[in-house]
Design a protein around this ligand. Sequence first.
Ligand code: SAH
Length: 213
Amino acid sequence: MDTFRHKGLRNRLVKEIVEKGIKDERVIKAIGAVPRHIFFESSFIKFAYQDKAFPIGAGQTISQPYTVAFQSELLQIKTGDKVLEVGTGSGYQAAVLCEMGAKVFTIERQKELHFKSSLLLPRMGYKLGFFLGDGYKGLPQFAPFDKIIVTAGAPQIPEDLLTQLSIGGMMVIPVGSGDVQMMTRITRTSETQFSQEQFGQFLFVPMLKGVVK
Ligand code: SAH
């Protein structure tokens, strides 16, 4: 259930991310629309509208709202964009992308998380594709994508994902194998050329290989 109290808390969260520098109106609207508390176990609901990451089980976290907003803003989502998300986790970032009008394909390597989110989001009214698999490989059968978002820290930029970007397409990915990662945006400028920009340091759980059943 989404109550007035939840909406009030969400408005406060929206104010907070705007104060931290988020400008894209579509991102702001989406953060204001997605009931983040639905992604939490009931005993943790009071944490749902704090601008913090939070444990979701299987050793993983639901990303901090500011980080979700920041990556979504860097992606410059337009209605109808075909977007691949690596690291479904709770499904919160995927829901934000759906609210922004993207056609979302999301891939998760942990069966438990994949299963949970693939039940929850359709119940909330979001339509998107859920895949259990290794995000390092992407989804070649659905490529090319206008945008790719990686929500786990990648030691290096996965080659397979670059080849699944459309020309003019962009990938936003935190890159680094240590404790922090550099938020990186890669634009495919031609069949063979890519440009790179960097946007500061963030903290993600690591992008790992293989599938956990
Ligand atoms: N976008 C999520 C953030 C989850 S944290 C949210 O909004 O809640 C990152 C997720 O990436 C974890 O669930 C982790 O299991 C997953 N992950 C890590 N490596 C992966 C890989 N190679 N392929 C797919 N998912 C991966």
